[in-house]
Design a protein around this ligand. Structure first.
Ligand code: PMV
Length: 310
């Protein structure tokens, strides 16, 4: 049998989460060491077999697998394999619902694997479109930032649905620390919208500033000027808290990191749980911070080294 394979990676948003939903720019970093790998194999009947998770009719997949089912169905339709079924198997290093891109990465890997199983190689535009169909089943109106970053091997600049690679004069050492609290992106996005309806002037001012931080952050990444990036991460964290998407566990981890000498610390992704992203001075300092945070309550930590692109 033909086995199609697809891969994608995790992501962390450096600047612009939430503001990106309103047309402001954002910067996201692929987490290359956190991988998702999917395998797909065609089946003769219109069924979905999802490793241990589900076996049955493709039209009756339970809600918790809705985005997977959408990824599979949309891809099979795109490669004109509607009459068939598929067996998929997914292996992921990524924790779900922590703002590190698990849903987009799983969809991206599945889309590529299913297309390959039916003998198709998708171009980046087609692939992005299919990932977004699956993402819409997981979130209400995803900006597309996650979908772009999980298939990139470079930092991404994103605005209004389009993305391009970013110039970075690394190295920069980042740490991601998981609070262990489930992130609630859908709820957080809805909360920002409600707050914006209630108090448009105050909320627009904060969203504008988050967008400006992304633009200033872009210049600081090109220098690179780690201190300039760090202060902006701290400011973004405070603004996101004012928009109501913070969480005491995230504030606590960010505080511990700053005390430990982190140049900047902010929540990353949808918020209300999930992870904080920290900028360390160098790889040793990143390892030290990660160790400290695990000792003081972080459920997990990862370090990532951003190399220069020039
Ligand atoms: O929590 P995540 O990793 O799904 O990131 C959400 C980012 C938001 O800007 C809050 C929403 C979006 O669609 O971009």
């Amino acid at each position: 049998p033909v086995i199609g394979v697809g891969t994608a990676s995790g992501k962390a948003i450096l600047f612009g989460e939430h503001a990106v939903v309103y047309g402001h720019p954002a910067i996201a970093l692929p987490l290359r060491d956190l991988r998702v790998r999917a395998e797909a194999e065609p089946l003769p009947e219109r069924r979905l077999l999802h490793s241990a998770l589900y076996t049955g009719d493709l039209g009756r997949v339970p809600a918790r697998l809705a985005s997977t089912a959408r990824a599979v169905e949309a891809t099979m339709s795109a490669v004109r394999a509607d009459g068939s079924g598929v067996r998929v198997h997914v292996e992921s290093d990524l924790p779900a619902e922590r703002g590190v891109g698990s849903s987009a990465a799983v969809s991206a890997a599945i889309v590529q694997a299913v297309a390959a199983a039916f003998g198709h190689e998708l171009d980046p535009t087609e692939r992005h479109h299919l990932i977004q169909i699956a993402e819409r089943a997981a979130h209400t109106s995803p900006s597309g930032l996650d979908a772009r970053t999980v298939v990139s091997d470079r930092p991404v600049w994103f605005q209004d649905g389009s993305a391009h690679d970013l110039e970075v004069a690394g190295p920069l050492s980042f740490v991601i620390a998981d609070s262990g609290v489930r992130g609630r992106t859908r709820e957080a996005v809805a909360a920002v919208r409600a707050l914006r309806d209630a108090d448009p002037i105050a909320v627009e001012r904060r969203l504008d500033r988050l967008g400006a931080l992304a633009r200033e952050g872009r210049a600081a990444l090109a220098s690179p000027n780690p201190e300039e990036i760090g202060v902006r991460m701290d400011e973004a964290h405070a603004l996101l808290g004012e928009l109501g998407v913070g969480d005491p566990a995230l504030d606590r981890l960010a505080g511990i990191a700053r005390t430990g000498g982190a140049l900047g610390a902010k929540l990353t992704g949808g918020g209300r749980g999930g992870c904080v992203l920290l900028l360390a001075r160098d790889p040793d300092h990143a390892t030290e911070l990660a160790h400290d945070l695990r000792g003081r309550g972080a459920a997990a930590t990862w370090t990532t080294e951003l190399r220069g692109t020039r």
